[in-house]
Ligand binder design. Sequence first.
Ligand SMILES: Nc1ncnc2c1ncn2[C@@H]1O[C@H](COP(=O)(O)OP(=O)(O)OP(=O)(O)O)[C@@H](O)[C@H]1O
Length: 272
Amino acid sequence: MTIPYPAADRISPVTRPLLSPSRLPWPRGLPLRLEGVRLSRGATTILNGVDLDIPADRRLLLLGPSGAGKSTLLRLLNRLDDPDSGRILLGDLPLPSLPVRLLRRAIAVVPQDPLPLPGSIRDNLLAPSEFAGLKPPPDAELALALDEFGLNPSWLDRDASALSGGERRRLAIAVSLQTSPEILALDEPTAALDPASSRRLVEAIDRRVRADALRTIVVTHDRRLAPILGDVAVVLDAGRVVDLGPTLDVLRRADPLAWGSDAPLDGQEPLP
Ligand SMILES: Nc1ncnc2c1ncn2[C@@H]1O[C@H](COP(=O)(O)OP(=O)(O)OP(=O)(O)O)[C@@H](O)[C@H]1O
């Protein structure tokens, strides 16, 4: 399915070249396309022929009930799994044709329950630059990265494994941004956060997305915050795309009991 409406009003097409030294050997702003993507595990069909065309200027939400295949789809974007059939293309480049290291630098996927690397919070924040062979940022920058996502900037020496689930996810987002990805894919970034923390996190993500012209693909069950996180939404159900369109339209025609979390859409705060 192709996302079927005119150019975005909120995010302009990404034309900014990647800043050296994290330059990637392909142009920024290529559309991401899924063609007939199928994946089964044993007798379970998880993705059942997903066709999706994601223009570079769209921030995409992935919605749908538990078990619909949303997290699995994000894993495919990082080649943690590959489809049994069908393909995923960045522009006209099939993902397997791209070096995995570079692909994972270009498309950062933050799982719902990320496991920090053993060591301190500083070690975790430094890992992506080390992995990419880039100069390590100074502590002052690392502290800012923590502060940006609501973590205490004085925590650099803390053991990362001591963080709570929500803190680990926020650290993982900060870590994933260390090497300037082009696409940030987040799996339920606000899961198990209280409403105030959820809103702060979503606003921090939104600020960063705008500042860096980041493209995002976000899985969420939070109907209230969804319109801030994405301007277009795709609903997956049983491994198929069953709806797509502008976020508010999709939310209005969806059955909240099927997959949305608590908050009603009516009476919600106006969109930013
Ligand atoms: N390795 C696997 N082996 C067998 N079944 C799997 C495997 N991985 C995922 N599944 C099944 O595939 C389905 C889709 O899982 P997935 O985690 O992608 O769903 P989801 O839409 O992200 O759900 P949720 O909203 O609950 O996170 C589920 O029924 C899950 O149990």
